[in-house]
Design a protein around this ligand. Structure first.
Ligand code: FES
Length: 123
């Protein structure tokens, strides 16, 4: 039986290449955050952890896209990632990728699905 999905936000809260929405998780036993964004109409989510140095990407809460709206960018050293795969597209994340989190939309709301590594936040 699959585990209960957790609501992140309503669908309208995620605009195309707009601000992302962070949500609390536990990743490998450590407190962390995930984030969801909308790109080409679909919602994607990743662990908020750069593949270069394991720190959060956003320079201001929810600011993940660089100015063109085509890539996600790490605020620390400028690594850029492809929004729909999380693969590194330039900068010091070379060969790395963001850790994806399963998300889906249902009844006009966005949910994430815990897996064996990314778990619900501690109560
Ligand atoms: S920590 Fe993200 S580019 Fe260096």
């Amino acid at each position: 039986m699959s585990e209960t999905a957790i609501q992140i936000c309503v669908s309208e809260a995620l605009e195309e290449s707009g601000k992302g929405i962070r949500f609390p998780v536990t990743a490998g036993g450590e407190d962390g955050t995930g984030f969801a964004i909308r790109y080409s109409g679909a919602v994607y989510a990743y662990l908020n952890r750069c593949a270069h140095v394991p720190i959060e990407l956003d320079w201001n809460e929810g600011e993940f896209f660089e100015s063109s709206g085509l890539y996600l960018m790490c605020s620390t050293h400028g690594a850029i990632y492809v929004p729909d795969s999380g693969r590194c597209a330039g900068g010091p994340c070379r060969g790395g990728r963001l850790r994806p989190i399963v998300v889906f939309e249902k009844d006009n709301r966005v949910f994430w699905q815990p897996d064996e590594y990314v778990r619900p936040a501690r109560a």
